[in-house]
Design a protein around this ligand. Structure first.
Ligand code: DC
Length: 217
């Protein structure tokens, strides 16, 4: 069974998708982490994100693995190296939407995601899972929250990672990414017609997961 979880940044998708996958014994695939890993590789190679030709070259050669650990965490491997923490740095967050809007990059990533998804039951989270990657997914969710709540959640998460950010930084970053992610030409963020919409603004993580499980059963 394939379960698609889409929605804007900071709505809590990855948290609920990871828990849901664990409860169902499915593989968890964080597709945003794949775009982030590629962005890290570009920055490490000093390739500007506007240089589509070189970024496409990197995307074609890169090896990205997502490892589901027994404790429920996810390790993101870039060419054999664990980059789980590096991909959450602010410099990656700043540039990832520019990398993710490149058509060829999306084609390569979508192909990888489909290969991963065909191996086993899985829960995938992203922006275009229900619309493009797996339009035939058995269950689709669109996880949303008000911009204010999304900013607060992302702020807490980054502080928890020890990052020195202000609420203003997070607000600017989210609105900038919302804009790029939902207005880009290739597979912009939008709710699939048959996706179940959940506004998580006033719900706890457990409540959201329980709601999703109810729809699945
Ligand atoms: O979910 P996230 O914040 O880790 O995603 C990072 C970026 O990648 C986000 O700005 C949008 C993009 N993305 C995408 O375009 N398509 C996906 N399936 C997942 C993420």
């Amino acid at each position: 069974m394939i379960i698609a979880v889409d929605g804007p940044s900071g709505a809590g998708k990855s948290t609920v998708a990871r828990i849901l996958a664990r409860k169902l014994g499915s593989l968890y695939i964080d597709t945003g982490a794949m775009y982030r890993a590629l962005t890290l590789k570009a920055l490490e190679n000093k390739i500007p994100v506007s240089d589509e030709k070189q970024i496409n070259g990197l995307a074609a050669a890169v090896k990205i693995d997502l490892r589901n650990n027994p404790d429920g965490s996810l390790s993101v491997m870039l060419d054999g190296r664990d980059v789980s923490l590096d991909i959450r740095q602010p410099r990656i967050t700043r540039f990832v939407s520019d990398v993710a809007k490149i058509k060829e990059v999306r084609e390569i990533m979508v192909k990888m995601q489909r290969e991963l998804g065909h191996k086993k039951d899985c829960v995938l989270d992203g922006r275009d899972i229900g619309t493009v990657v797996f339009p035939d997914a058995q269950k689709k969710f669109f996880i949303d929250a008000t911009p204010k709540v999304r900013v607060e959640r992302r702020f807490k998460e980054l502080k928890g990672l020890g990052q020195d950010v202000t609420i203003n930084d997070v607000e600017n970053d989210l609105s900038n990414r919302d804009k790029i992610d939902s207005t880009r030409q290739v597979s912009p963020l939008r709710k699939a017609e048959d996706a179940i919409y959940i506004d998580t603004s006033d719900l706890s993580i457990e409540q959201v997961v329980d709601k999703m499980l109810e729809f699945i059963k």
